[in-house]
Design a protein. Sequence first.
Length: 139
Amino acid sequence: MATEAFEEIAETFAFLDDWEDRYRHVIELGRAMAPLDDAVKVPATKVEGCASQVWLLPRIEGRGAAARFDFQGDSDAMIVRGLIAILHALFSGLSAAEAARVDAAAELARLGLDEHLSSQRSNGLRAMVARLHALAAAA
């Protein structure tokens, strides 16, 4: 159920042989994201369970079955901003119901992230996915 944007990231990862190049690509994805306004970096948008500061702000467009899930995110760590960009590619544009059912672990495993992130980063990534599932389910 991966989006076209996520498939593009997966193709780029497959093309890049070296994990240092992949890490650089993740950081570039994070740098390309617009920063989150400081006014919305509040406890309600902060993701607990991350070693870095992480904020996720949902945006639901439409109502009912036609509602589309989207979000903005930010972090004080560049690699985490990149992970947020990857999650954005994976979740955004789906219906809220589809976003709530995304098997993020399986999709992210296609990128090999589960094998190359520190345990702290992996825990933070799981916390971000859990928050996104909860936000989508509540929409």
